[in-house]
Design a protein around this ligand. Structure first.
Ligand code: SAM
Length: 254
């Protein structure tokens, strides 16, 4: 899978693309990331990529010319490519969008800076607008890395067989079960006995129950979309019946 990233700060990506899962995916040729420096497409002695906003006001706006020329320089995959603008005004990124993107062969990410990019870039070239959450970053680079990182985990082979992304939170619309490693007792807290039993069927059952319990307690909204079998529904019913309708500490407000 290939990402072309348009940015005025390509160096921000070097550590990310060198280390960890993404670094390994790049080395193995599973992930191809091409950084396109928008400044290389700016004209004039100062190579400026931004200008003052028409209508006045604070801040600067990214000029359309350099971005449009940078986009034009990208070699497009004949089977299609998608241009994504990173913006706090886009649809909120989630695991399901990550899966959508992972099925594509080429994705072009446009990172804004300052007050954002000239509106005509959005109107002329952008296929999809994505936000990574309801907060404002100083630039799209971190958002681009968030998207590349979550998508890269879904490309077959990137996790190197040591872990499957299919058990991660949000697969199946459930949060993942809790994890433990050595030592067996830490600060007086013991690893649940069942995880030491070697009984894989019971361990699977325990993990499923913990995943259901976590999701019920923390993100009950996800359960409506989860694929649950009869046994899951029975477990959820049991969890529900053990959960006080009104927690003791909030009784006065109920
Ligand atoms: N003035 C813009 C607004 O209020 O909608 C915010 C511009 S922000 C300071 C600069 C750039 O950071 C944006 O163009 C976008 O590329 C990126 N950015 C900021 N917050 C983001 C978010 N939540 N998700 C994705 N990109 C974001």
């Amino acid at each position: 899978m290939r990402f072309d990233v348009l940015t005025i700060f390509p160096d921000m990506f070097s550590a990310y693309l060198r280390d960890g899962i993404a670094g390994r995916a790049v080395k193995r040729g599973l992930l191809d990331v091409r950084l396109v420096n928008i400044r290389d497409f700016a004209r004039g002695a100062h190579k400026t990529t931004d200008d003052r906003p028409y209508g006045g006001g604070d801040g600067m706006v990214m000029r359309p010319g350099p971005i449009s020329r940078a986009l034009g320089s990208i070699e497009r995959n004949s089977r299609g490519s998608l241009v994504i603008l990173l913006t706090p005004q886009g649809e909120t990124f989630n695991q399901s969008i990550a899966w959508d993107i992972s099925s594509l062969e080429q994705v072009i990410l446009v990172c804004g800076r300052y007050e954002g990019v000239d509106e005509r870039i959005r109107l002329l070239f952008v296929d999809r607008e994505i936000s990574i959450g309801d907060y404002v970053l100083s630039g799209g680079e971190l958002a681009a890395m968030v998207i590349m990182d979550s998508v890269c985990r879904l490309i077959p082979g990137t996790l190197g067989g040591e872990k499957s992304s299919f058990e991660d939170s949000f697969q199946d619309s459930l949060l993942e079960y809790p994890h433990y490693t050595r030592p067996r007792v830490f600060e007086g807290l013991e690893v649940p006995e069942i995880l030491l039993s070697g009984d894989h069927a019971r361990i699977r059952g325990w993990r499923r129950k913990e995943a259901l319990k976590r999701t019920f307690e923390r993100r009950p909204d996800l359960l409506a979309k989860a694929k649950l079998d009869d046994e899951d529904l029975r477990i959820l019913e049991q969890i529900r019946s053990q959960t006080p309708a009104c927690p003791p500490e909030a009784e006065a407000d109920c």
